[in-house]
Design a protein. Structure first.
Length: 429
């Protein structure tokens, strides 16, 4: 399942944040999954009865085994090993398709109950990412990085047995406010942002109110239900299967890989790292499109992923997600130098400084991340980009250097052409 972040708020000419309806759009998915979960109450109740029956049977088997051990000890005979049927299954956990706010431990337990995978859907994802390393010594960060691979993962729990997941299958969908995007992905460059597909749509045009649209479209609900009900186990054990590409789809994918290899030579920093995941994103998008098509139309489950789905995934990645992701990555910082420059400009803007010194930038804006020479190089880049202007005052001793701030920085969003030129100037230093 591809990871998707919607960063669809906009900064208007006044500098204020404009909300463009991301909450209702995210709720479309959340409501559909919630309705499906409500419709599964009877099935979940049946699963709970089966679980309780197994639990009671395990208790009875355990008592029989304990008595057999006691008899063996009394008669100086070897104690019989504990049979698998005497192991209690633990408390019942109702399977969930979607969560909006949960701990890693809880998600791990839910995945034990529903190993097919689940979705984490949140209107504001910033809290999830900002808290990743705050309370868990980095395990949350590691958990979400490994969710990209869908492989085995062990969640350690203090004072309780660990949760062993054979397949860590969690997809994330949600929203970011642009000003929180950079903070969410700052810190160690672990490539977390490269695992996400970013969408930054335009502000929607005005549409008149209508009573013709239902809260949840039946076609979407039926399609999602068909996917949820796909058989995924053998003898009660989760058993994922491989769905191959057709020969034509392989050829289309190889064409994309050739394009991607050439495109990466023109990129650097975070943009290059994000593009490097393009092959995996396209494969997952192709599979998703194939199964969505099947779920909407019905019929036999796909036995392979056809060429048209791979080509559609390539167009979606290249023409939609790539340009939107480049915009989002500029918020994060295309390179470390770009990130530091953006951090310095944000500090100047927040502090309303009409003039700054090298020490201001190095100590207050950057927290001494750079030495004096590196900070001077950064300031020179901001001068070339047009954000700052060097003013030197000669004295009997050393000359005093101050950098005057372009007033455009305080007037809301910069002019688009100048902003793009500034990005290129800072990024190319």
């Amino acid at each position: 399942m591809p990871l998707l972040v919607r960063a669809d708020d906009h900064v208007g000419s006044s500098g204020r944040l404009l909300r463009t309806g991301k909450t209702p759009s995210i709720d479309v998915t959340r409501r559909a999954l919630s309705l499906i979960e409500r419709g599964r109450k009877q099935k979940i109740a049946e699963l709970q009865r089966e679980h309780e029956t197994r639990a009671q049977k395990a208790k009875a088997e355990r008592k029989k085994w304990e008595q057999a051990v006691a008899d063996a000890v009394q008669n100086n005979l070897p104690a019989p090993p504990k049979p698998p049927s005497a192991t209690e299954p633990g408390p019942f956990v109702a399977p969930r398709l979607c969560v909006s706010d949960s701990t890693i431990e809880r998600i791990a337990v839910l995945l034990e109950a529903w190993p097919q995978g689940m979705a984490f859907v949140a209107d504001e994802l910033a809290r999830l990412f900002l808290n990743m390393k705050r309370y868990s010594s980095g395990q949350d960060n590691e958990f979400w990085l490994e969710a990209w691979n869908g492989k085995n993962f062990i969640v350690e729990r203090q004072g309780r047995p660990p949760v062993v997941l054979d397949y860590l299958l969690v997809g994330i969908a949600g929203g970011f406010q642009p000003d929180k995007l950079a903070r969410a992905f700052e810190g160690d460059d672990d490539g977390m942002y490269a695992r996400f597909l970013f969408a930054w749509p335009e502000e929607p045009v005005h549409m008149p109110l209508s009573n013709e649209v239902t809260e949840i479209e039946p076609e979407i609900q039926n399609a999602l239900t068909r996917i949820v009900d796909l058989p995924a186990s053998e003898d009660g054990v989760f058993a994922p299967r491989t769905v191959d590409l057709s020969a034509e789809a392989v050829s289309a994918f190889e064409t994309f890989r050739t394009f991607l290899a050439h495109a990466k030579t023109e990129l650097d920093g975070r943009e290059r790292e994000w593009a490097a995941k393009g092959g995996t994103h396209v494969l997952r998008l192709g599979g998703t499109l194939a199964y969505l098509d099947w779920a909407m139309l019905g019929g036999a489950e796909p036995q392979f992923i056809g060429e048209r789905y791979v080509e559609a995934a390539v167009r979606l990645w290249r023409d939609y997600f790539w340009p939107h992701s480049r915009t989002a990555l500029r918020q994060i910082g295309l390179t470390e130098k770009h990130t530091n420059a953006r951090r310095a400009l944000c500090w100047i803007r927040t502090s309303r400084k009409p003039e700054v010194s090298l020490l201001d930038i190095r100590r207050e804006a950057l927290g001494r991340r750079l030495d004096a020479e590196q900070t001077r190089s950064l300031l020179d880049g901001l001068v070339r980009a047009g954000w700052l202007k060097l003013a030197t005052t000669k004295t009997e001793g050393r000359a005093i250097h101050r950098w005057q701030v372009n007033p455009l920085l305080f007037s809301g969003a910069p002019e688009p052409e100048r902003s793009e030129r500034s990005e290129r100037g800072v990024g190319s230093d």
